[in-house]
Design a protein. Structure first.
Length: 234
């Protein structure tokens, strides 16, 4: 297996497709919040700071670990911080994996962030559509996924979406399991948006960016999102 390869499971309805996938193509299975229920052989559970403790797994395998905000805030900060990366777990868990596991591939499923009216929003039924909440860091989910894809490529990691859903807010290339050995990171030039991020100075070391939201310029962040989309070729 060429380097670490991560399967990242979210809670979208189509994540159930991953229940029976062979895991020998992946070095790590990283699950987000309730997605630990999808299959028992996960390696890392990354959960939000407000995730109810009674929803955590009652027992852990000898090599399973749980990652909380104490762990992923520093990882997110190392790769730009929440304001630029997007404050929802589909991105936060991916940035943690990118920083901590140094993978050559992160393949996602159940992370499309599309919520159809009158249909289940999550694999376990109906839940809160967190990525759609009114939040200054989530004005363009497409742009935030573009940024993640580009930042990952800078570290030699390809981002792909294994979902077969008709719609996705992720701009990563689609791929099938049989195609993963041929996947390589794209080539991008992120100098301009990275320079703009540095100039804006919207780093919040605590991760609690909502406490400082008054100092963030919405128009400037929208323009930054547009820059990342252009760099990603979207």
């Amino acid at each position: 297996m060429p380097g670490n390869r991560v399967l990242l499971l979210g809670s979208g309805p189509n994540v159930v497709a991953a229940r029976d996938w062979a895991r020998d193509g992946f070095s790590h299975i990283v699950v987000i919040n309730n997605a630990w229920r999808v299959r028992p052989d996960w390696d890392v559970l990354v959960h939000a700071g407000d995730f109810p403790l009674d929803r955590l797994p009652p027992l852990l395998g000898s090599e399973q670990i749980i990652i909380s905000d104490r762990d992923y805030v520093p990882a997110q900060n190392a790769l730009g911080g929440f304001v630029y990366a997007g404050g929802t777990m589909a991105f936060t868990a991916a940035y943690w994996a990118l920083h901590a596991l140094k993978p050559s591939l992160i393949a996602t499923v159940g992370c499309d962030m599309v919520y159809e009216p009158d249909q289940d929003t999550h694999f376990y039924g109906t839940g809160t559509a967190d990525p759609l909440r009114k939040d200054i860091t989530l004005r363009s989910l497409e742009a935030k996924s573009a940024r993640l894809m580009v930042i990952a490529a800078m570290q030699g990691c390809a981002m792909v979406n294994l979902s077969e859903a008709d719609e996705s807010r992720l701009v990563y290339p689609r791929a099938g399991l049989a195609e993963l050995d041929a996947v390589t990171p794209g080539r991008f030039d992120p100098a301009a948006p990275l320079a703009r991020e540095a100039a804006l100075g919207y780093m919040v070391p605590s991760g609690q960016y909502w406490l400082e939201a008054d100092r963030f310029d919405v128009a400037a962040l929208d323009a930054l999102d547009a820059m990342w989309l252009r760099v990603a070729g979207v």
